[in-house]
Write a protein that binds this ligand. Structure first.
Ligand code: SF4
Ligand code: SF4
Length: 337
């Protein structure tokens, strides 16, 4: 069986386990293990309870230290759903957005993570203090406890699936919005294993770059670090699958391998083309984050449903980009006169 089939199988298995969990809990009253959602993790910590969610996520964080964001590529049920959508729709309808805009969107998950930790954990600790004792309680939070309603789940699935794919391309949620991905990125900065150069055969054909849905500059990383260093890598192994020379593989140790001078030169050229982060992008990012944070802490947040906030946030980004871009163009025209 191919790597990608194993990957599909692992997520189908997790989905099945989740279905069994929900059915046995609600239908048969077998309530031994509670929710494995990240909300259960935060909610338990806030109240001094170490629950199933806590154990699940601690294991996920350990997996990130071992193998980076492999959890995202192999076990995340939402990632599996997105790949299903991508498989069904493909990239044909994608709106083309300049790559440099996409570059700074990577800050969004970290903002989302900070807000999540603040609202789900820190607020409770600030108000009631950090619990003096933490006790184990497996069935602390029910599987669908505190989850969204059916209609908002449907909206979420559409907004984060087809709509994001349409605007930002493959794996848009994983790259630009997922706070769990941001959490795992932090742990994966010290990862032990990953995709590495295992021989000197790389010919800089660029196939690994082209196949990567997470837009990782595989060749650039191999050239600089001898491995895929970028924490966006979800260890899907599509790049190792397509490499015609078997120059890269998932490995737990570093190999004495490097790119030839010719391949290195080609990799550098490709990297330069991909990484044109201008001052304009930084200005836009600062304005956009500032306004978003203001929205979050203002009264608007109290009245807006989650989905509206997401739409507002994306629309805001596009407006900010448009205004700054037009301003810059106008200024250039004025100067040219
Ligand atoms: S690692 Fe493999 S796929 Fe990537 S550029 Fe080198 S030879 Fe091509
Ligand atoms: S770098 Fe390779 S393993 Fe990592 S996300 Fe891209 S294709 Fe998958």
């Amino acid at each position: 069986m191919t790597t990608q089939k194993w990957r599909t199988l692992s997520r189908v298995f997790l989905m099945l386990m989740m279905t069994v969990h929900v059915v046995t809990w609600y239908t048969f009253g077998m309530q031994t293990f509670g929710s494995i959602g990240i909300e259960a993790f935060f909610s338990g910590l806030a109240r001094g309870v170490l629950n199933t969610g806590f154990v699940f996520w601690i294991l996920a964080f350990i997996s990130a230290i071992l193998l980076g964001r492999a959890f995202c590529g192999w076990f995340c049920w939402f990632g599996g759903y997105l790949e299903l959508i991508e498989w069904g729709i493909g990239d044909k309808l994608k709106i083309k957005i300049p790559r440099r805009i996409l570059l700074y969107l990577g800050v969004i998950p970290f903002v989302a993570l900070a807000l999540k930790i603040y609202s789900a954990l820190l607020v409770v600790w600030i108000e009631h203090g950090i619990p003096a004792v933490f006790t184990f309680q497996w069935a602390d939070v029910e599987p669908w406890g505190g989850q969204q309603t059916g209609i908002s789940m449907l909206l979420t699935a559409i907004l984060y699936g087809p709509v994001l794919l349409f605007i930002f391309g493959r794996k848009a949620w994983c790259r630009y919005l997922c706070p769990i991905g941001a959490f795992l990125k932090i742990f994966s900065t010290v990862k032990i294993g990953g995709v590495r150069l295992v021989n000197n055969e790389c010919n800089a054909c660029g196939q690994c770059n082209r196949v990567c849905d997470m837009q990782v500059d595989v060749m650039g990383d191999l050239n600089t670090y001898g491995e895929v260093h970028n924490s966006d890598c979800i260890v899907c192994l599509k790049c190792t699958d397509v490499c015609p020379t078997n120059a890269i593989a998932l490995s737990m140790r570093r190999h004495d391998a490097s790119l030839s001078a010719d391949a290195a030169a080609r990799a550098e050229k490709s990297t330069l083309k991909r990484r044109k982060l201008s001052a304009l992008d930084v200005i836009i990012a600062v304005i956009w984050i500032g306004v978003s944070v203001f929205f979050f802490f203002s009264d608007v947040r109290a009245y807006s449903p989650q989905e509206i906030k997401v739409v507002m946030s994306v629309a805001l980004l596009i407006i900010v980009y448009g205004v700054v871009w037009l301003g810059q163009k106008g200024w250039k025209k004025v100067k040219a006169r």
